[in-house]
Design a protein around this ligand. Structure first.
Ligand code: SF4
Ligand code: MSK
Length: 656
């Protein structure tokens, strides 16, 4: 039954009601739709009209002679290219918005974090002292935009990586030239009759992915911070219980923060609140799904109604007046579902139309006006609300751990550093660090692997950083709340309490995985943990992945030197040659490996083995549980006492 496909009791209640009413959801459709056993292992090639060629049984090559290795590698490379395109197009839109702001063409926006703007300008070698903000912003936007169409040389942020890593990329010929160029070349190479050597195809997919992580995604994160503020810790809540039974519920879903930021402002506009009351509502309640949720959660404390598989469930409560979406991870099934309820589904991007939805074209030049129109549509829909079933489940959380804030937290404004974290790792108080990232997947029980991995790792003194839907999953079970201490190993607990951070750090949305790259780089430059990212006792995990973006993220972490393991199933299991390249050739070339393992307990074993092997290679003290454990002070609480709108990632004093 569909309700057995989740660990979440709120989801199970809604799914039971849906089943009894005969309404289909991704959960029930996943029961009926078995994944194609051929396509899911990567051995189906449909690159030309002599196929599709399915390389199964006695068929070991395609009509053109393409081998299993070539076919599987090509399919994988195309996943990386599609994922990188999604992140990078997001980054491009952010850069175009910054340029419009600098030119005075997008009045609703401004540069909210001038410190970050000038830090980015300095990184790019742009003179910023004594120059007006708008001029610096315009040059930063144009310089970063040039990285998309660059034909030769390297994208700018390659230079942010540790020097050893930069040299390695250059020696291997995988330093990305232009973000778009690498994607186009991936599509060219994988066209029929071009690159037909699995190693070569996969090496290029590393280059494409680097253009995402150190390019499009990093640009997306930096410019979001410049325009909307660099996050610092915020308290909030997650799960369907954040929906309100007496207010107008607007759910923001998708990825780009340009529209959602404006909806946040419009929903607080006294004119809109008064209008909602006129229509019989107690007010306006905003919440988010997926990464739009993460963006407004990190910056404004807007509650999250849930992760990827919660999008339909929110509508099924009957309490959502309007769901506004932009791009990525939006299920087409929402349109049909919304028809069965009073919910209005609003699409806003030129790139993402859904038949049956209401399209309101977003334009950053008229952003606030459009956001108000959307909020008004939601309010007008409130009187149409019928029966409502909102589960009570919601858990408190702390989110908003930008790299800047972590730096500040470990030493203040003048002595900010990663020294305390590095020292704790060197001493064995923190065993290592794991990134737990990525989606939900309707083919596996919702949240089981994500929360299982997080709980086992923090119990064994591994600090977890989380992004995307994995972060929301953790939040729904209280793993991002300061009350989680009874589940944390004594050594990790001591360090986290002393520094003042929870054991699971919510670092943002999918593009914000680039924040993890920045943290890793700073851990290297802080010293004591080797010369390169590949030396660190760190691993990446994507327990319930489903999107091509997740594959691109995993691949850029591998190319940056990490061991990365994905759950669910392997899209490359059809070729031993490809598996061998990812597990044996890549470690020799880039120091990272990519593995797929459906059993989350085995994932934990593999990650701990990897972390311990890195510790040993660094000559660090052997990790010994129960050696430490006395708790320290809790400076984060001091910070959280500052009212939300007055917090800065650079100071523990209120800013006006
Ligand atoms: Fe078949 Fe080769 Fe065409 Fe692929 S490219 S569909 S393997 S003939
Ligand atoms: S939203 S890519 S389901 S993490 Fe970024 Fe969640 Fe995966 Fe989409």
């Amino acid at each position: 039954m569909a309700e057995e496909r989740t660990k979440d009791t709120a989801a199970a209640q809604i799914l039971k009601r849906a089943r009894e009413s005969g309404i289909s959801t991704a959960f029930s459709r996943a029961e009926q739709t078995r994944p194609c056993p051929i396509g899911s292992t990567g051995v189906c090639c449909r690159m030309c009209a002599m196929g599709p060629c399915r390389l199964v049984g006695k068929t070991t090559v395609g009509v053109c002679g393409a081998t299993l290795g070539t076919v599987v590698a090509r399919n994988f490379a195309r996943m990386v290219a599609a994922g990188a395109s999604a992140h990078s197009d997001h980054g491009r839109d952010m850069a175009l918005t910054l340029l419009a702001v600098a030119r005075g063409e997008a009045e609703a926006y401004s540069v909210r974090d001038e410190t970050k703007l000038r830090a980015v300008a300095a990184d790019l070698g742009i003179k910023h002292q004594g120059r007006e903000t708008k001029d610096v912003a315009a040059e930063v936007a144009q310089t970063l935009l040039a990285d998309f169409g660059r034909q030769s040389g390297e994208i700018n942020y390659v230079e942010r990586a540790p020097e050893t890593r930069q040299r390695l990329w250059r020696d291997l010929g995988i330093a990305p030239r232009g973000i778009d160029r690498e994607v186009v070349e991936a599509l060219h190479r994988t066209h029929t009759g071009v690159d037909q050597d699995a190693s070569s195809i996969l090496r290029h997919s590393l280059r494409v992915a680097l253009g995402d992580g150190w390019g499009g995604s990093m640009i997306g994160t930096d410019i979001s911070d410049i325009l909307f503020g660099t996050p610092g810790p915020v308290t909030s809540a997650a799960n369907l219980g954040v929906l309100s039974d007496d207010e107008v519920n607007i759910v923001i879903h998708g990825h780009e923060p340009t529209l959602s930021e404006m909806v946040v402002v419009a929903a607080q506009d006294p004119e809109m609140v008064a209008y909602a009351k006129e229509k019989g509502a107690a007010g306006i309640n905003l919440s988010g799904i997926c990464c739009s949720a993460n963006e407004v959660l990190m910056r404004h404390g807007v509650a999250s109604a849930g992760n990827f598989l919660h999008q339909e469930l929110a509508v099924l409560t009957g309490a959502v007046e309007l769901m506004v979406v932009d791009v990525q991870c939006i299920m087409e099934g929402l349109a049909t579902l919304a028809d069965s309820f009073h919910t209005t589904l609003v699409t806003t991007s030129t790139k993402a139309h859904i038949r049956g939805a209401t399209h309101v074209q977003f334009d950053e030049h008229r952003a606030y006006e459009i956001a108000k129109d959307i909020v008004r549509m939601a309010i007008d829909n409130f009187p149409n609300r019928g029966e409502v079933h909102i589960p009570r489940e919601k858990e408190g959380l702390v989110a908003g751990f930008s790299h800047e804030y972590l730096n500040y937290m470990q030493g203040g404004t003048f002595r900010g550093s990663f020294r305390p974290l590095n020292d704790a790792i060197v001493q064995g108080r923190i065993r290592g660090v794991a990134g737990v990232v990525g989606c939900n997947n309707a083919c596996v029980p919702q949240d089981v692997a994500i929360t299982g991995v997080i709980e086992e790792l923090i119990a064994k003194d591994v600090l977890v950083v989380a992004t995307g839907c994995a972060a929301i999953a953790g939040a729904k079970y209280g793993l991002l709340s300061p009350e989680v201490w009874d589940k944390v190993g004594p050594n990790l607990r001591e360090v986290c309490e002393a520094i003042g951070v929870p054991p699971v750090l919510h670092m943002g949305s999918c593009v914000d995985n680039s924040r993890i790259l920045t943290v890793l780089t700073q851990m290297v430059s802080e010293g004591g943990l080797g010369e390169d990212i590949s030396d660190l006792p760190v691993a990446g995990i994507c327990p319930e992945w489903m999107s091509e973006k997740a594959i691109a993220i995993g691949t850029y972490f591998v190319a940056s030197g990490l061991y990365v393991v994905f759950g669910v199933r392997s899209p490359v299991s059809g070729s031993d040659e490809v598996v061998d390249i990812m597990m044996r050739e890549w470690p020799q070339e880039v120091g990272g490996a990519l593995e797929f393992e459906p059993d989350y307990e085995k994932i934990v074993e593999k990650v701990l083995a990897q972390i311990d092997a890195k510790r040993e290679a660094l000559g660090l003290e052997e990790y010994r549980p129960d050696r430490y454990g006395a708790s320290g002070d809790q400076p984060m609480e001091e910070w959280l006492a500052i009212p939300a709108g007055q917090r800065s990632p650079y100071s523990r004093k209120p800013v006006s």
